[in-house]
Design a protein around this ligand. Sequence first.
Ligand SMILES: O=S(=O)(c1cccs1)N(Cc1ccc(F)cc1)Cc1ncn[nH]1
Ligand SMILES: [Mn+2]
Ligand SMILES: [Mn+2]
Ligand SMILES: [Mn+2]
Length: 394
Amino acid sequence: VSALKQSSPPRVPLHDLFPSDDFPIGELRSYDTASETKVRTKSCELRCEVRRSLEDSTFLNDYRKAAEVHRQVRQWVQQTIKPGQTLTDIAIGIEDSVRALLGNAGLEPGHSLQAGMGFPTGLSLNHCVAHYTPNPGQKDIVLQHEDVMKVDFGVHINGWIVDSAFTVAFDPTYDNLLAAVKDATNTGIRNAGIDVRISDVSAAIQEVMESYEVEIRGKMFPVKPVRNICGHDIKHYRIHGEKTIPLVKNSDQTKMEEGEIFAIETFGTTGCGFVKDDNGIYGYGLSNNSPRQVALPLTSANRLYKTIKENFGTLVFCRRYLDRLGCERYLAGVKLNYIQDLNCLVSNGILEPYQPLVDVPGSYSAQFEHVRKHTSTSTEQSCSGSQRKKFLVE
Ligand SMILES: O=S(=O)(c1cccs1)N(Cc1ccc(F)cc1)Cc1ncn[nH]1
Ligand SMILES: [Mn+2]
Ligand SMILES: [Mn+2]
Ligand SMILES: [Mn+2]
């Protein structure tokens, strides 16, 4: 490995740190073939197709590289984040670093389809559980000593998305809340595997999460799993597919299958354990069943639609990423229009909006998230946060 080391903030492309693309391999767990030969529910051609993509070494190498980019950026965030920073500066710090490590090719159309942010950088505070990102033109938020912030960002290479998250808290008051989600996520990871029932993973997560309590300023709270946010499978260029891993027991007999990629994430809260959409926008994604042809009333909306397809495809993006592409210049600098155009694409069923997810005000929530890939011969994962010590990582 080259003697060159990563800078702070991270700006040395991974290509220069790993000239021969020998990125660290995550935790590998092999499967005895016997268990694999169980009756296959998938049709043969689908399984073959999955095998092909798995054997195609760029798939695994893309994932390993994306995992290493994520690892180096989150380590830097964990070491440098402090009260007084604004959420916009933190988000831009993460996004500039990810893009630099990926080799920072310019803004030519379609570049961010090759490699870039897998989805908008989530920086969700306290009772806001997930899906908050600072938007341009909004009043900025300054990180406080008593905040509990979920940092959730994605890195993708050729559409292979790493979705990994950790929680930042400066006040040791919340230690048990963070310990609960770390333990619950690691339990979910340990229980996951080929042919494992989703319901078994969920039950194990719930049991561990509920074994914790946290004392906050003299009051005891049991840690509750959030029952309407789930772990999820990840598809090519799609951050969530059809399978979900709830954090509470259920009777879903669906099994995890070979070749599937899962984001195993748990959320613990001192609130009511249920989230609802808050005002504001986190991001937008091309909806699965967007109408083939649609006559958009606004030609500017049509142009924006084209820009979105060219630069993000089915990846979730946010307003900050549109500004970076110079979209507002695109519309004669009147930012107002592009928001109107986004709303037009949403109302025509082309874009699916994502909003911040909140529990009750005054409550505190934490999150830990890993990605685990079930490859035919082994399971590999990109670890998040300080559990790295727990899992063999380079
Ligand atoms: O809550 S989810 O919407 C979901 C869970 C199960 C089925 S859909 N979501 C997926 C997602 C949606 C939009 C994004 F921009 C990024 C991710 C979980 C998640 N959010 C952040 N990291 N992981
Ligand atoms: Mn180079
Ligand atoms: Mn995530
Ligand atoms: Mn996720």
